[in-house]
Ligand binder design. Structure first.
Ligand code: AMP
Length: 587
């Protein structure tokens, strides 16, 4: 299959913002894709040559991309950079400059999907001496064969910034339309789907759920699509969790009070301490323990203490545990806030020393797999019983989360006070009958936080400073997660970061270094960055504002910290902002 066929689909997807139309475009295309190409195509549609659980990155910065465009077009790097600054989008520069050279040389060998895919997959493994050069040459060779707009999408894919709007729900539905023969009629004019009978609607929902369920378990649409095409729903239902393959974590909604939280999940409600650490997904497969962060990065080597605790105190041959790792002070025994232990996630050396200095306790709050059985569809209550049977409570090593089940609001309030007194963030309210839905922000888990006083927002653009701050990015445009899973801007922030390394907190320099590899557009002092870096911000108030895409702005925003354990997918949502805005008005 030619890469240009995929480029046509990228363009068609970009041309519409309507979800159903995107679904239709995708479904019609998927019907044409031959079997051996299917997995590659699905992954490339999502913008990466790996499934979401595989966190390998291509490691191709915009600086390398400039070099690759220079090599492919025969222009100097200086010329490419200038055109980039002028044009704003390096991909478009590639199309123009490489296109020009092509006309001169008349090379016309069209790229194939397989070529692009295989080449991209090889990039992460190119390491060591001379690897930068090899990477540049490899991508330049691809660009050299790109026709039409292919260079644009190729470059965006290499920079991991391809966003053509293939949201998870759209892909799920497209797979259903393409391979499971639902009885529906897509009316393009009305932008609606029509059903002949009510039972068709139900049947359709069942089909999309079957696809979703399979995806929740294997975390890879390329596998789901191939399975659906080959064996339909019967084959999909056989897809199950696999130890060693991380699943997406379940997320919570928010309510301002204990009472509202309990009512939201239904009483009697399960209440748990909400620990201020970081999420850990722990897979135990006999003697092999693997630990993933909330971003599904494998951090097993950084946490030998957790590996030992799980091996010693988890009474199961195989298990998958959802946990929060919390730091504690060795002298006082009290929990410490997240930022104390955050360096344990990144640090690759002196691990034994660090584990002594910054000890952690693993608080297990859910169990999703036990001795060969998947538990996702069991109720929370049943999972909790299995959890208590499986994990042995050994304080300062591994414990199951503190928990009560009650329908009394005063009891809930007391439990919340107790949690706050122990140095936690408050409580989580959970529905006793709730199932585990990977990757969803569900209404069966609700965190109690008095007001939305902080937000996790992703940096999408920035500005170079001037004068003594030149060389640093000093002003940052931040975005929350919009209703379509896109990022919508909500403000600019420059306060809260420090100038000097010796000051406590994050410095401009550190943030600049973190953002530099993600720069995708540069024009004058303005840069656009790939959404990757998450800031936790404090602010005085939420205001309505036409200046930002979200329709809101923050008064006096201030950066509290960099949340490098957070995936941009999981930041504060526009819906949460709306709720907080209404709540604030009601005060
Ligand atoms: P937030 O990050 O404020 O959206 O809150 C959700 C996070 O709280 C989860 O991702 C976990 O890392 C953390 N957490 C702490 N304690 C619990 C608990 N008992 N149940 C679920 N999540 C918890």
């Amino acid at each position: 299959m030619h890469y240009s066929s995929l480029v046509d689909v990228y363009e068609a997807l970009e041309a519409t913002s309507k979800r159903l139309e995107k679904t239709h475009v995708l479904a019609e295309f998927l019907k044409q894709v031959p079997e051996p190409e299917l997995e590659r195509v699905i992954l490339l549609l999502q913008g990466r040559p790996f499934p979401p659980w595989d966190r390998r990155t291509l490691g191709f910065s915009s600086k390398l991309a400039v070099k690759a465009v220079a090599v492919a077009s025969g222009e100097s790097e200086k010329k490419v950079t200038e055109s980039w600054k002028h044009e704003g989008d390096l991909g478009k520069v590639a199309v123009t400059l490489v296109g020009k050279k092509k006309q001169a040389t008349l090379v016309s060998q069209d790229l194939t999907v397989k070529e692009v895919f295989d080449t991209l997959q090889k990039l992460p493994a190119m390491e060591g001496l001379g690897s930068t050069d090899r990477k540049v040459k490899t991508i330049a060779a691809l660009l050299g064969h790109a026709t039409g707009n292919a260079a644009l999408y190729l470059l965006r894919t290499v920079l991991e910034t391809l966003r053509v709007g293939v949201a998870e729900g759209t892909l799920r539905d497209a797979i259903t339309w393409a391979y499971l023969q639902p009885q529906i009629n897509y009316n393009m004019e009305k932008n609606d789907i029509e059903f002949h009978e009510d039972s068709d609607r139900e049947a359709y929902n069942k089909l999309t759920q079957a696809v979703q369920k399979a995806y929740d378990r294997c975390n890879d649409f390329s596998h789901v699509a191939a399975t659906a095409k080959q064996g339909g729903t019967a084959a999909l239902s056989k897809i199950s969790l696999e130890l060693g393959t991380p699943i997406r974590v379940m997320l919570s909604q928010r309510e301002p009070t204990v009472e509202a939280g309990m009512q939201r999940v239904g009483t009697p409600a399960a209440l748990e301490f909400k620990y201020d650490g970081f999420r850990m997904q722990v897979h135990k497969d006999k003697d092999t323990v693997t630990i993933y962060t909330r971003r599904l990065e494998n951090v097993t080597t950084q946490f030998p203490d957790v590996v030992d605790a799980v091996k010693a105190h988890v009474n199961a041959k195989t298990a998958l545990l959802d946990c929060e790792a919390v730091g504690y002070d060795k002298k006082t025994g009290k929990y410490t806030p997240f930022q104390h232990i955050s360096q344990r996630i990144r640090r690759k050396y002196d691990i034994d020393k660090l584990k002594e200095q910054l000890p952690i306790e693993l608080n297990v709050f859910d169990i999703l797999y036990l001795d060969g059985k998947e538990l996702l569809d069991l109720s929370f209550h049943e999972r909790r019983k299995l959890l208590e049977k499986t994990v042995k409570n050994v304080p300062k090593a591994i414990v199951y989360s503190s928990y009560i089940a009650t329908d009394s609001i005063p009891d809930g309030e007391r439990f919340n006070a107790k949690s706050l007194g122990a140095g936690n963030e408050g409580i989580m309210c959970k529905a006793l009958d709730g199932v585990y839905k990977p990757g969803s922000r569900v209404a069966t888990w609700v965190k109690v936080k008095p007001v939305l006083d902080t937000m996790d927002l992703v940096v999408v653009a920035a500005e170079w400073g001037e004068g003594k701050r030149s060389g640093w990015l000093t002003s940052f445009t931040v975005a929350c997660k919009g209703d379509e899973g896109d990022y919508v801007t909500i403000g600019k922030v420059g306060t809260g970061l420090k100038e000097l390394e010796q000051d406590e907190g994050v410095t401009f320099n550190q943030v600049t270094e973190l953002l530099k590899p993600h720069i995708v557009q540069e024009k004058g002092r303005d840069v656009v960055v790939k959404p990757d870096l998450v800031f936790e911000l404090a602010f005085e108030e939420i205001q309505q504002s036409p200046s930002y895409e979200s329709g809101y702005a923050l008064r006096f925003p201030r950066v509290l910290r960099v949340r490098d354990d957070r995936d941009p997918e999981e930041i504060t949502t526009l819906e949460e902002v709306r709720v907080a805005f209404e709540h604030q008005r009601g005060r």
